[in-house]
Write a protein that binds this ligand. Structure first.
Ligand SMILES: [Zn+2]
Length: 279
């Protein structure tokens, strides 16, 4: 099949009342692991390619091609998504490479500038038939950015932002942060419910790694459609490498088992996000 758009993935999430995982790709082993997990579970998936990885670690054309080739053989919908596009040029590179959805993260801009730049990206991406995720509020990074209600998504602003930009999905800040949490984060579900009641578009939870299992389920019940995971895979791979690398005579055999480790983390999250499904 062809890569799914974010809109199709969100529709699936709504029809079945489940969360869809987006998993960031570090290299081809990660892509293989994420694809295999989706085929094994029979659940839709989103291949995440952060702008930072795409510009500094590998070729966006090459990684998009790897994902597209895998998706050709997929039995479930799968999207190729630009995660945290922070620049106009980065988003254009992703569009040219054939990504099926993009995020433009203007959350560090002031509100009016975020609206203006996001709306411009939406106009161009929609002309390519590509859906757009925006961010409002500031998710930030655990241990680096202070977590205060001032950085949370304001429901009244969310409605205005979605109306004026035309985004297809909105990343919300409700106590979630990127990276490794100290302890279990406390999510503001009441705020999430109010946001869900005020906007029609898909809702996205960034910084998923480390959120408690019951909180994931509650977030999905309250309206989250897409959940981003990276740190959980990173930590698992680092642990595995630290403890086992010296035991391998061949790098090839090591990468095979590393792929298995990533696949297990992805499957675990996919199954959890699907465990609230209604049909
Ligand atoms: Zn994020």
């Amino acid at each position: 099949m062809n890569p799914a758009t974010l809109t199709e993935i969100i529709d699936y999430s709504r029809r079945h009342t489940l969360g869809i995982g987006m998993f960031n790709i570090v290299n081809m082993e990660f892509a293989r692991a994420i694809f295999d997990a989706s085929q094994e579970t029979g659940l839709p998936v989103i291949f995440g390619i952060p702008e930072r990885f795409m510009l500094h670690y590998y070729s966006p054309d090459c990684m998009a091609l790897v994902c597209k080739e895998m998706i050709k053989h997929s039995k479930v919908p799968a999207a190729i998504h630009l995660d945290h596009g922070k620049t106009f040029d980065g988003v254009m590179i992703a569009l040219r490479a054939g990504f099926s959805s993009v995020m433009f993260d203007g959350s560090s801009l002031d509100y009016e500038e975020n609206v203006k730049q996001t709306a411009e990206i939406v106009k161009i991406a929609h002309a390519f038939g590509v859906a757009v995720e925006g961010e409002l509020g500031y998710v930030g990074r655990a241990g680096t950015d202070e977590l205060t209600p001032d950085s949370f998504t304001r429901p009244d602003q969310a409605a205005d932002f979605v109306r004026r930009t035309g985004v297809d999905a909105l990343a919300v800040a409700i106590g979630n942060q990127h990276g490794q949490y100290k302890g279990i984060p406390k999510l503001d579900f009441e705020r999430l419910k109010v946001i869900r009641g005020t906007v029609e578009c898909g809702l996205v939870l960034h910084g998923g790694s480390g959120i408690g299992n019951e909180d994931f389920k509650e977030a999905i019940r309250c309206g989250i459609n897409k959940i981003n995971i990276y740190t959980a895979m990173d930590l698992a791979v680092k642990d595995f490498t630290r403890n086992s690398f010296a035991d391998y005579a061949s790098y090839l055999d090591y990468t095979k088992d590393l792929t298995k480790i990533v696949r297990e983390v992805v499957i675990e999250h996919m199954k959890l996000f699907a465990s609230v499904r209604s049909n």
